[in-house]
Design a binder for this molecule. Structure first.
Ligand SMILES: *[C@@H]1O[C@H](CO)[C@@H](O)[C@H](O)[C@H]1NC(C)=O
Ligand SMILES: *[C@@H]1O[C@H](CO)[C@@H](O)[C@H](O)[C@H]1NC(C)=O
Ligand SMILES: *[C@@H]1O[C@H](CO)[C@@H](O)[C@H](O)[C@H]1NC(C)=O
Ligand SMILES: *[C@@H]1O[C@H](CO)[C@@H](O)[C@H](O)[C@H]1NC(C)=O
Ligand SMILES: *[C@@H]1O[C@H](CO)[C@@H](O)[C@H](O)[C@H]1NC(C)=O
Ligand SMILES: *[C@@H]1O[C@H](CO)[C@@H](O)[C@H](O)[C@H]1NC(C)=O
Length: 372
């Protein structure tokens, strides 16, 4: 019995001695491992899959610039201590259900610059998850995946998320309540998308939001529901620059709001008109100038209307003159009409004659019988 136990202990010792150096040195092929820094990097190595055998000590894992098409639940098994995971620029197309579910300590997840088309609703489910930062900048292949993305944000365990980067995804609209399950969110980047309006409820649930970046979208103004959504975030610093603001008279409401919200709109002084051309680069805060331009614009409209009326009068006059000339020439015209009619009649009669010959049944019969 004792000798058997000794044998087991010896066997354990032996295996530890034999295997320990191998385990210590273990690093997946084409990756660089640094145990002191608790870091593993597999950068631009043409990997097709997440490598196996990533050491358990790893806290920071960078697998970037490869060709990895999918991430599944088996991809990161046994990496309980991982806090930072960068998967940027891998051409990833699919995030499967529970793709990160074994990463209980994960704080920062970077999925930027990928080509996601399939995002499972439970892709961001990590039981007991504590994720703080999620970077999905330029992560979608096509903006239509925005709906999948919105669903996965709602279904995920992202209650602790502080920063979300969704810039550069071509998003044209945001489903309402898209962020309502992210109660801790502080920073939301939506720059460089194609947003035109914000629907009522878009930002509902973001009580603690501190920064909202809406630069480089397609907003021509903020009014109605869109302005209401900005108002609903009283604690957030807003960035609204580089949108194609159209300085028609109706932008006055937004300009006044902006003037009163300089403290909240960090780039208020840099917001300028993009259209019309004559107001390009005019600051939205120069409301006097805007108002004057608006009046001038109405003047221009009036001028245009006047010119249409003038055109109508001229055309009418030309028409009357034409009819008058016809009237003066009515005799000549009558003669011309008779001449033409006679000429036509002669021509028609000749034609009629030929038609009769062609369609005479007797003549036709003669020709068919002669064929027989
Ligand atoms: C994870 O970290 C803890 C200490 O923070 C350590 O005791 C444990 O061994 C680590 N896990 C692995 C697999 O290295
Ligand atoms: C997200 O990733 C992009 C591209 O790698 C980077 O430029 C951006 O700064 C990141 N966002 C955050 C919030 O760190
Ligand atoms: C803006 O987003 C598009 C994708 O919609 C991307 O191709 C482009 O590089 C982004 N621009 C910047 C400056 O990030
Ligand atoms: C937006 O929705 C809220 C309720 O969620 C409602 O009270 C409010 O009147 C709506 N506003 C507009 C402009 O529809
Ligand atoms: C802009 O706001 C200031 C106060 O911050 C106010 O004195 C001024 O009249 C406002 N200008 C316009 C055009 O509303
Ligand atoms: C407005 O500013 C942009 C960039 O600063 C410049 O390219 C453009 O020529 C300016 N337009 C006018 C009308 O000043």
């Amino acid at each position: 019995m004792i000798s058997k136990m000794m044998g087991l202990v010896l066997w354990d010792l032996l295996s530890v001695l034999l295997c320990a150096p191998v385990l210590l040195a273990a690093c997946p092929a084409r990756c660089e491992c640094s145990e002191p820094a608790l870091t593993v990097k597999c950068v631009s190595k043409d990997l097709q899959n997440i490598p196996t055998g990533i050491p358990g000590y790893t806290r920071n894992l960078f697998i970037t610039g490869n060709h990895i098409s999918r991430i599944g639940p088996e991809s990161f098994k046994g990496l309980d201590n991982l806090t930072t995971l960068s998967l940027s620029n891998n051409g990833i197309r699919e995030l499967e259900s529970q793709a990160f579910s074994s990463l209980h300590s994960l704080l920062h997840l970077d999925l930027s610059s990928n080509q996601l088309t399939l995002i499972h609703p439970e892709a961001f489910v990590i039981p007991g998850g504590v994720l703080r930062e999620l970077n999905l900048s330029g992560a979608l292949l096509h903006h239509s995946s925005g709906t999948d993305l919105a669903r996965s944000l709602r279904w995920g365990t992202l209650g602790e998320l502080r920063g979300l980067d969704l810039s550069g995804n071509g998003l044209a609209h945001l489903p309402s309540c898209m962020f309502s399950h992210l109660p801790s969110l502080r920073r939301l980047r939506l720059a460089n998308n194609s947003l035109v309006v914000l629907k009522n409820g878009t930002f509902s649930g973001l009580e603690w939001l501190e920064e909202l970046d809406l630069t480089r979208n397609s907003f021509r103004t903020f009014q109605g529901e869109s302005l209401g959504e900005l108002e609903a975030l009283p604690g957030a610093q807003l960035l609204l620059g580089q949108n194609p603001f159209t300085c028609s008279c109706s932008i006055g409401g937004f300009a006044r709001w902006l003037n009163g919200s300089r403290g909240r709109v960090a780039d208020a002084a840099r917001l300028v008109c993009a259209f019309p051309a004559e107001l390009q680069n005019t600051s939205l805060l120069e409301t006097d100038e805007l108002a004057r331009a608006c009046r001038a614009g109405q003047g221009a409209d009036l001028a245009l209307q006047t010119s249409y009326v003038f055109l109508g009068v001229v055309l009418g006059f030309v028409g009357v003159v034409f009819l008058f000339v016809l009237y003066l020439n009515r005799k000549g015209i009558k003669r011309w009409m008779f001449d033409t009619r006679d000429a036509c009649r002669e021509a028609l009669e000749g034609y009629h004659y030929r038609m009769e010959i062609d369609s005479d049944p007797r003549l036709a019969q003669v020709s068919t019988t002669s064929d027989l």
